[in-house]
Design a protein around this ligand. Sequence first.
Ligand SMILES: [Zn+2]
Ligand SMILES: [Zn+2]
Length: 276
Amino acid sequence: MADGETEELIDTHCHLASERYGNPLAVREECRALGLAHCISQGTNPTDWEPTLTLARRMPDFVSACLAVHPSDCTEVDEQAWERMKQLCRDNRLAAIGEAGLDYYWDAPQGWDEAAYRARQRDLLERHFELARELGLNISLHTRDKAGAGDACFEDAFAIARQFPTVRPVFHCFIGSRRQAERIFGQLDGMVSFTGLITFKKTDAVQAVAAWCPEDRFMVETDSPYLSPEPHRGALNIPGRVRFVAEKLAQLRGVSFEEICRATSRNARRFFRLPA
Ligand SMILES: [Zn+2]
Ligand SMILES: [Zn+2]
């Protein structure tokens, strides 16, 4: 084992403050049993910002917090709430800004036309990047296009990220192409992270990207409570199941599980500036 590093697993994207979880201490026990060392929990709207910070405060060894407005919540957040979030970001130790981004998969909510809804999302994403730049943090990015409807969402997020060279993005739950990944690495100094999706059938394209991806450019995540990996597909997901994502990556890349743990944890510690 190089440099005295231990094999450890870090889930770089989960929602531990989700109301779908009961006792977070019990969840931690379950995750520890699966070998999880640490997780990065993403606040996404005014109802889970404080609970996310509370978890990080109560279990600093186990949870680090990110705060943002998820693009799907962009019409629910007024200026007052945005200012409150900015203050929380300034007053607390965060691993990154997140998750923020663009989502063109879901239709605009009632009372919004599609163009205005997307413009609202882009405006908010720019503001997240400004905040990240101000605080010297990186950003956890969500992008999702409608299947078969082109790459507008990715391209718009990419163009915004380009304007902020000091902020590094991680494209979470990456399912894009190798070409997109190359642009993220080469032009944004960014990262990608893989979820349990790579354990599903018929995900050959993203599995091929995961097999190719340079070792210093990817991390692993669960996006729990969503996206439970095989062999637990469809169940309530927990951060500890990032183990199955790492195991799949080891298989795809033809390396050991320990090697995936080492590389992804090193990448995560650097990207999220976690204490050693
Ligand atoms: Zn997301
Ligand atoms: Zn998420």
